[in-house]
Design a protein around this ligand. Structure first.
Ligand code: COI
Length: 358
């Protein structure tokens, strides 16, 4: 049987695919790759415009050994989620925001970018082509991973002559142990995530390679993740390896301001808006690490981590515990988690126009 995409499918292969989805236990999804059916791919060479892309069977791609992304890290990624509603329809959360962030990141990395419309269209097509992999309502989400890479060959340090925009998806559950499971962080003193004038403010792939050493060391000591400090003073809070950080003190919520070294998270931005709507004063500012000692609650935000309450933070060997009496989950973290996820899953009316129904 030859499918419309030019791939030869055997009956055995089709049966294997069918089994794969039947084998999935939707109740125990974590955050690891589950190969799905289709991915979207579009290319752009000199001239700077992406052609209309196509869906193709999910699988390995061919790259020159001299490609810009492999040799010089010329690449960006995005992350967003699709949720299935009780009525079976699928909701995307603020896809235009991811599209705009890719446009901004591409400018920093000297890459052409798909337009916001092309990005959103590609995301919709990919989700619909992999509809059967969107977990049932309440069981997780379909994580969408758009990639923009310098795929053309280049030897000297220079922008690649060709770019590939790709979107693939994977069903996911919780990034950490459970929804609202408190995480334990350690403040990093030797390594930094970003430097002023660097690329910390865009979602370039190298930012994530750079944190792996500190993250691995922290994990080996039993911590969930690392909290980075600014690289100039080693004093101000920045973010964790894959999420932004917030501190709660009374009715004030603070988070590091986005000034080049902080990733402008879409969950971060959404939580700031929710908190303001709910009557909190939200400050985006420099936060000295010592403020961790006085905070009532700390939580991290991100597409993958959603809103993760922080149970403890260890700084210079001192462990600061939060919300012990409520199992490490603060009232404010819980409230913001519910506001966000209820909207993303279509359980509350979307008065903000943040969801896109497919
Ligand atoms: C996301 O939340 O989508 C991220 O970018 C985190 C990812 C590195 C797991």
């Amino acid at each position: 049987h030859r499918n419309g995409l030019g791939c030869v499918e055997t009956v055995a292969e089709m049966a294997r695919e069918q089994n794969q989805i039947e084998d999935i236990c939707w109740d125990s999804l974590g955050f690891s790759l589950v190969p799905t059916d289709q991915m979207y791919m579009s290319k752009c060479s000199t001239g700077g415009f992406f052609s209309k892309g196509k869906l193709q069977r999910y699988g390995s791609i061919e790259l020159s050994p001299a490609s810009g992304v492999l040799n010089y890290g010329q690449g960006l990624f995005e992350g967003l989620k699709a949720y299935r509603k009780e009525n079976g329809s699928i909701l995307l959360f603020r896809p235009m925001e991811n599209a705009s962030r890719m446009v901004q990141g591409a400018e920093r990395m000297c890459m052409p970018s798909p337009t916001v419309e092309q990005f959103v269209e590609a995301v919709k097509l990919t989700v619909l082509a992999n509809k059967r992999w969107v977990p049932p309502a309440g069981k997780g989400s379909l994580y969408i991973r758009p990639l923009l890479i310098g795929s053309g060959a280049v030897l000297g340090v220079a922008p690649a002559p060709e770019y590939t925009f790709l979107v693939y998806v994977s069903p996911v559950g919780n990034y950490f142990k459970g929804p609202l499971a408190p995480i334990n962080l350690v403040v990093e003193n030797d390594f930094h995530r970003a430097t002023p004038g660097g690329t910390g403010g865009v979602k370039t792939i190298g930012n994530y390679a750079a944190v792996m050493k500190a993250q691995a060391a922290a994990k080996s000591k039993g911590y969930s993740d690392v909290l980075y400090l600014d690289s100039v003073h080693n004093k101000y809070l920045e973010e964790a390896s894959s999420s932004n950080v917030f501190l709660v003190k009374g009715k004030t919520i603070s988070t590091p301001s986005v000034k080049g070294t902080i990733l402008p998270g879409i969950t971060r931005k959404s939580i700031i808006e929710f908190a303001r709507i709910q009557g909190f004063k939200v400050e985006e500012r420099l936060i000295p690490v010592d403020e961790l000692f006085a905070a009532d609650e700390v939580f991290c935000t991100g597409t993958a981590v959603v809103v993760s309450p922080v149970g403890s933070i260890t700084y210079l060997g001192k462990k600061i515990s939060y919300c012990r009496e409520s199992g490490g989950v603060g009232v404010v973290s819980r409230q913001l988690y519910s506001s966000l996820t209820n909207l993303q899953m279509g359980l509350t009316e979307d008065k903000l126009g943040w969801t896109v129904e497919l």
